[in-house]
Design a protein around this ligand. Structure first.
Ligand code: CP
Ligand code: NVA
Length: 306
């Protein structure tokens, strides 16, 4: 393995200190207020983006983000590059490091992102794995801060649904920012047991079997699809298992009066959220999607900037 002199990667939310994350969120707010000020911040820099899974938001927000900062992004679909033909990530990492200033990857196994980071001499960003989705949840924290302020110690967040990459990243966020997180998941679909064990000491992360128990008094409710990318064949069976693990108007009556509803998108109306609730919170949900751009620009400036 080569000598690794790069500053940092962004593979999960616990790799950075809380103050580093807060600095990044402050920069994201400044980028949102005054994008023109940063239009040359990454002039001459390139980001390679490896996608083994589909994406709308992650691809477009990273690509536009690099462009708006004066740099460029290179989309590498696994079906049109040697990545999809079995070239080892260890080699891809070392080759790309000779061309570009950063690598973003979306893939299945989290270990692949770790391997890429280990061998790359430029920063690596996790754009989603089966295990984590840190760019999304950091954006969700930014969105909550925009609407409710930064008194995270008073915040109660409910996550309703699958104990997937989003739920796991919410656990990391709760550990970093110090808020109450109640996750309602069906038995057998709880978040990662290692992360839950890690969170068990701090007492602010709990898993419950009933959506109502998570939603009661919550300031923020969020959910995600019942079947994630790579689980398409389980989708029918999961519809049975997850029935009832839905954000709807009835559940919202248990939450705090002005509770927010977040959704990372894409959404399946009638499954994890009703069309009625989705449309009532659409302005917030699409602002959340927009915020991916601002937060990731801050991430890119922090990691790729001089
Ligand atoms: N929320 C999110 O990551 O969306 P995409 O899958 O479209 O990138
Ligand atoms: N859990 C979902 C998130 C999509 C942004 C998935 O992995 O497909």
């Amino acid at each position: 393995m080569p000598e690794n002199s790069k500053m940092k990667d962004f593979l999960d939310l616990t790799q950075w200190s809380r103050s580093e994350l807060e600095t990044l969120l402050d920069l994201a707010a400044e980028l949102k207020r005054n994008p023109a000020k940063f239009s040359r911040s990454l002039e001459g820099k390139s980001l390679a983006m490896i996608f083994k899974k589909s994406s709308t938001r992650t691809r477009v927000s990273f690509e536009v983000g690099m462009f708006q900062l004066g740099g460029q992004a290179i989309f590498m679909s696994s079906t049109h590059t040697q990545v999809g033909r079995g070239e080892p990530l260890e080699d891809t990492a070392r080759v790309l490091s000779r061309y570009v200033d950063g690598i973003m990857i979306r893939t299945y196994e989290h270990a692949e992102v770790e391997t890429l980071a280990q061998y790359a001499t430029v920063p690596v960003i996790n754009g989603l794995t089966d295990f984590l989705h840190p760019c999304q949840v950091l954006t969700d924290i930014f969105t909550i801060k925009e609407r409710l302020g930064d008194k995270f110690s008073d915040l109660k967040v409910a996550y309703i649904g699958d104990g997937n990459n989003m739920a796991n990243s919410w656990i990391n966020a709760a550990l970093q920012f110090g808020f109450d997180l109640r996750i309602a998941a069906p038995a057998g679909y709880e978040p990662d047991s290692g992360l839950l064990k890690k969170a068990s000491n701090d007492g602010r992360v709990t898993v419950v079997g009933e959506p109502a128990a998570a939603a009661r008094g919550a300031d923020v409710l969020n959910t995600d699809v019942w079947a994630s990318m790579g689980q398409e064949e389980e989708a029918v069976a999961r519809r049975q298992v997850f029935a009832g693990f839905q954000i709807n108007e009835e559940l919202l009556r248990l939450a705090a009066p002005e509770a927010l509803v977040l959704h990372c998108l894409p959404a399946h109306r009638g499954e994890e959220i009703t069309a009625e609730t989705f449309e009532r919170f659409q302005e917030l949900i699409f602002t959340q999607a927009e915020n991916r751009l601002h937060v990731q620009k801050a991430l890119l400036m922090t990691l790729l900037g001089d």
